[in-house]
Write a protein that binds this ligand. Sequence first.
Ligand code: GAR
Length: 227
Amino acid sequence: MSDAARIAVLASGGGSNFQALVDRFRPVADREIVGVIASREGAGVLERARRAGVASAVPPAGAAVAPAGAAGGEMTTFLLRTLDEWRSDIVVLAGYMKLVPEPLVRAYRGRILNIHPALLPSFGGRGMYGARVHRAVIEAGVRITGATVHFVDEAYDRGPILCQWPVPVLAGDTPEAVAARVLAVEHRILPAAVEALASGAVRLEAERRVRWVREWFDTETFTNREG
Ligand code: GAR
């Protein structure tokens, strides 16, 4: 992928990662956050979208998801149609707590990213989201957690990893303290990863291989070396 990129976001919560994307790309001529799909009415991300002047959409209440392997389903149709209307090139799951329907994964394979608040493949999978992740991290006694951006495939948190960044777990930490420390890193790593994909610095190849086309990610500053 290269040139102009139209970036759509899926989110369920407060939307601080959505905000980080808006802040990063608003000043960039050929990057546009074209819209956010919130998984429910009342999600904080919708208010952020309104303030930023970004389009938003919410699936019809009770929209059914087709069973795995089956085509269609009201939810799938809604998501695909909305992303298509926005002419989305890249889809970003920024705190999206639902499983992405398979047809959407297929339609956007290699162009759909997720941010997870831990170092995958640890502390991921079904039921591992938000505060539960950080609670599990503390209970396991690990001293390092972090943030992961990965390509989305058909299973929760399993897709090929694009980039990660570590965060220490400190003595006496609460899940809230770890969450805040990790979130600050998410706000830097997610826009960086999206820019890498949009600019063609990284791509998904066959056999789940992630290829960095050129050295791009500055591990000291989280910035694009090309400026
Ligand atoms: C973030 O920490 C994100 O990594 C996490 O939800 C939070 C959303 O915060 N996502 C998951 O746990 C997905 N498994 P935000 O709404 O402020 O961006």
